[in-house]
Design a protein around this ligand. Sequence first.
Ligand code: AMP
Length: 216
Amino acid sequence: MNIVLFGPPGAGKGTQSALLVSQKKMHHISTGDLFRSHIKSKTPLGLRAKEYLDSGRLMPDDVTLSMVKEALAMLHGEGVVLDGFPRNVAQADALETLGREVGFDVEKAVFFDVPEAVLVGRLSGRWTCRNCGAVYHEVNTPPKVAGVCDRCQSKDLYQRADDSLESIKTRLKIYQETTAPLRDYYQARGRLAAVDGQGPTEQVYDRLCRVLWEKK
Ligand code: AMP
């Protein structure tokens, strides 16, 4: 099964994707992670992307789409979690077209529902491992040893530039204006599932698995 995870920034898409990868052996494509890895390697795309990401604005659709195409072509398989893509209706349409071309079906698009006040708290306390991308929260889910990544032991935990209050505001506004309409988009196509994204990670993961795999 191929799925799309979407929701406001801080809704937990990355955390839940990591669980789907480790527990269900799914493949994960996160457009945000791909852009960050280009920025880290200072590729031409990364140099262009930095300004967009730091300020919380979306990258142009054509660039994003060709990056996704490339990532999908490298996977050659079923069981893909798309995290952070599509992010607007034009990208969703482009994904449908690409899907028809390469035989890639999105079976479900899962919306993570989290109130805005909770999102701001999550994002402003978030620390990310620069080496492996693992995500922590300074209060809710700190690493076992302060400043050290549980997963890869790197000491390079950092706060993303776009987790500043100013960028958070921009990202939430962009989410409401451009990404939230995906709910109607996938609802109209009979593929929308919604999950309450509040509460402990494991509880959210149980809810996610139920909407994905439990027969009604
Ligand atoms: P994320 O890690 O999903 O929060 O994404 C971080 C940033 O990467 C976003 O704020 C955008 O600047 C960029 N980005 C990620 N996915 C997309 C997308 N599908 N379209 C355009 N920009 C994106």
